[in-house]
Design a protein around this ligand. Structure first.
Ligand code: UD1
Length: 421
């Protein structure tokens, strides 16, 4: 297994191109199942999760042509509406094929995703939404079976008791082809959900209220092909912003606007990080790495994203004073804590909250990546640590960060990837 070796202490200086969002690209790819015509996506990041969903789509029968940052997906002939365990267990987001398949073909079988490293992560809200549209759901032999009524799904009112990104996306895709009108209440506000809705409208869907928590969708008989550029990855951008800040560096994050940052921008500013939008993107700097402890609570967008919680903890571990970080979205999302402590961070966990008391210095150590965002928090800590850090199990980073080593070394960081045996 590959490892990363990072020699800490270099202030990042330069420009980092921010890619398309993984979490937008995945539902957009699933949306290709809604039409027989090609869906062309640009600004698609080259990541392991994208490759996994390509495999899921291909086994359904989708024709996939990929180029540099582009995907052309044609779901003209779909002989198989079953997504197997072997692929779904590798990536839970595979469940996003459920809504499109049942909406267009009337049935789907998707493996239950199985355990997940960051909590139990149920899919009851996805299923509730499809049931509201008339689908009959049954569970058997580890699979979810969804069956539309004979005339297809029927528009209805879907009220989410809790905000869910994936369930909102599944509901929107299914409602796009349902008969009649669907109103979705308490839909997720994440920019990736809006990106999906815009793409669906370009494909002929009739979705109103995009970007708000109430979406009204007038179902259409069929959708057509379209071209769509994937929105920028706000989590990748936030991660590099924190990497620049902890090293006392100055980096321009290209192709990204501050509107995507939500509460993360306010938290960074409060911590002493300057964010200045310019023509190319956002310039992030932190003079002398002088940081102040800030409390954050993760929340659905525009709240502070859970996907930046681990990275923010790494940043706070070197801030002056204390920071209380509270995770409200996922249970068990503190696996980075023991590893950060091995690098000298002072963190105490109290249930869903972590008290981080800033330390003068972090120290390089041998650490283990346990999930995607935990891994990036270790990279951030390592960039500011004294001495050398080795991060094992780098494959987690490959799920969400394209060309991480190149992007960091391009700004002066001393990072190398060591091929494992
Ligand atoms: C998406 C993101 C993930 C991010 C998360 C929260 C993708 C591919 N992944 O995941 O990176 O961390 O949003 O911003 O976009 N829940 C239920 N029942 C359900 C579905 C969810 O109880 O049917 C709960 C979850 O356990 C969690 C909360 O709702 O506590 C939010 O999860 P959700 O927004 O659905 O996350 P994902 O779409 O899986």
């Amino acid at each position: 297994m590959d490892r990363l070796r990072i020699a800490g202490g270099a202030a990042l200086d330069g420009e980092i191109p921010i890619g398309g969002a993984k979490n937008a690209a995945l539902p957009l790819m699933a949306a290709s199942l809604l039409t027989a015509e090609p869906l062309e996506l640009t600004n698609v990041p080259r990541l392991r999760d994208i490759a996994t969903l390509i495999r899921v789509l291909e086994q359904h029968g989708v024709e996939v042509e990929s180029g540099a940052g582009t995907l052309r997906l044609t779901a003209a002939d779909i002989p198989n509406t079953m997504a197997p365990y072997d692929l779904v267990r590798q990536m839970r987001a595979s469940v996003l094929v459920l809504g499109p398949l049942v909406a267009r073909f009337g049935n789907a079988a998707v493996s239950l995703p199985g355990g997940c490293a960051i909590g139990s992560r149920p899919i009851d809200l996805h299923l509730m939404a499809l049931e509201q549209l008339g689908a009959e759901i049954s569970l058997g032999r580890g699979y979810i079976h969804a069956e539309a009524p004979p005339g297809g799904l029927v528009g209805n009112r879907i009220i989410f008791p809790k905000v869910s990104v994936g369930a909102s996306e599944n509901a929107i895709m299914a409602a796009a082809l349902a008969r009649g009108t669907t109103a979705i209440e308490n839909a997720a506000l994440e920019p990736e959900v809006a990106d999906l809705a815009h793409c669906l409208n370009a494909m002929g869907a009739r979705i109103e209220g995009i970007g708000s928590e109430r979406l009204v969708i007038e179902g259409v008989d069929e959708l057509h092909g379209a071209q769509h550029r994937v929105v920028a990855d706000r989590i990748e951008a936030g991660t590099y912003a924190m990497a620049a800040a902890i090293t006392g560096g100055s980096v321009t994050l290209q192709n990204v606007g501050e509107d995507l940052f939500g509460a993360a921008a306010a938290a960074l500013r409060e911590a002493g990080v300057a964010l200045e939008p310019n023509g190319a993107g956002i310039r992030v700097s932190c003079a002398d790495g002088d940081l102040t402890g800030v409390d954050v609570i993760t929340d659905p967008f525009p709240g502070f994203p859970t996907d930046l919680q681990a990275q923010f903890m790494a940043l706070m571990s070197k801030a002056g004073g204390a920071s209380m970080i509270t995770e409200t979205i996922f249970e068990n999302r503190y696996m980075h804590v023991p590893e950060l402590k091995r690098m000298g961070a002072n963190v105490n966990l109290h249930g869903a909250s972590a008290m981080v008391r800033g330390v003068e210095k972090l120290y390089g150590a041998e650490v283990m990546a346990t999930d995607l965002r935990a891994s990036s928090s270790l990279v951030i800590a390592a960039l500011a640590a004294e001495g050398e850090t080795t991060i094992n199990r780098v494959y987690h980073l490959d799920r969400g960060y394209e060309r991480l080593v190149e992007k960091l070394t391009g700004c002066g960081a001393r990072v190398e990837r060591i091929a494992g045996s």
